[in-house]
Design a protein around this ligand. Sequence first.
Ligand code: CAA
Ligand code: FAD
Length: 379
Amino acid sequence: MNFQLTEEQLAVQAAAREFAQNELWAGVIERDEHQKFPAEQVKKMGELGFLGMMVSPEYGGGGMDTVSYVLAMEEISKVDASCSVIMSVNNSLVCWGLEKYGTEEQKQKYLTKLATGEIIGAFCLSEPEAGSDATMQRTTAVDMGDHYLLNGTKNWITNGSSASVYLVIAQTNPELRHRGINALIVERDTPGFVVGPKENKLGIRGSDTHSLMFTDVKVPKENRIGEDGFGFKFAMQVLAGGRIGIAAQALGIASGSYELALKYSKERKAFGVPISQHQAIQFKLADMATNIDAARLLCLQAAHDKDAHLDYAKSGAMAKLFASKVAMETSVEAVQVHGGYGFVKEFHVERLMRDAKITQIYEGTSEIQKIVISREILK
Ligand code: CAA
Ligand code: FAD
């Protein structure tokens, strides 16, 4: 693995940092407090190419590598993890899945708009009774010849009300278990498709998380992704890469928390000296910096594996498992370094702490990452 970033990668990192600092800081507390979807900011992310970073230019994307994507995700997550989850779902679940497995017609019709941010997408696997145990899909897609009839409920769907295109996983042949599952492209205005109320969340409150209801929704056969029965493998492949994006989100939350704690520790005085001169605070900063560097290396290794066409299910799961733990620990310690000021909204670290928790839950909980890693080690 080459530890030296290329000029292009450094330029992407700098552009993402500038965008996050200039466009996301202002209003991030208000968006969090009022659960306001960052519509303007998402539009700008699209204009700057952050919503289809790895998509080939042929389909309107940036044609960038996964390392660049990780760098951009870190910078944006340092400031606003709600924006970065919207970005992550669109890039690594929706666009990547469509480019890798979609038909030319599907790419022309959907990917070209998703890659530029003209529209955004959602990825719909989880159900009220099928979260970690994702093969237990109860949503059905009955084969009606020229179309599928979709019935069921998805929950916790990111971009739930703001998306225009939904990749929906559903069971067609229950007797084949996970090999009977399909992945279908569903358009927002299809009759029978209803978006449920918005979830009132602990963190990433700017992102819109909804349940989705499907009642006799007709989905044309040409909207199936891949062969009949490919849907579960599709979901797993997409998530293997998606986990690298969420690992980078966790890394950004950790490094954002650390940067705030470091700055504050040099400014705040107690017992006549800046608190950074107390060894207890120095050791917290040392632990944070060490863990963040280790998390970054795991993220870059997973991104490198994907770019080099090596197997990245294990390295992506390791990166997510570790970086999400570091995000949680670092953000809690950043609140501690801030003392009472850390407990109020103006200082940002309490929000980063609330945002950190989700990185241990979505795109596979930490327990699920351990299952993925141990199966790879033992196989
Ligand atoms: N690539 C391709 N195929 C894969 C795969 C991978 N990385 N991992 C598993 N598979 C295939 C297996 O080969 C198997 O297929 P075959 O039998 O045909 O070989 C099939 O998937 C089932 O695999 P398992 O027998 O291992 O299935 P399992 O029931 O034991 O569980 C699991 C697998 C890893 C636990 C899986 O259910 C899982 O990942 N669960 C977590 C779900 C998840 O991550 N949800 C995230 C939702 S999206 C989201 O959260 C977005 C967001 O927040 C922003
Ligand atoms: P459960 O599967 O019920 O797990 C409960 C607990 O049991 C967890 O601690 C889990 O780790 C543990 N557990 C379960 N099975 C095992 C096991 N075999 N061994 C050890 N421990 C186990 N989903 C989507 O499809 N699309 C999205 O866009 C999306 N966005 C989300 C956004 C938010 C804000 C949230 C909260 C969730 C989102 N999800 C999305 C769903 C998310 O992926 C699931 O919540 C997650 O996979 C866990 O599923 P669950 O909530 O049903 O928990």
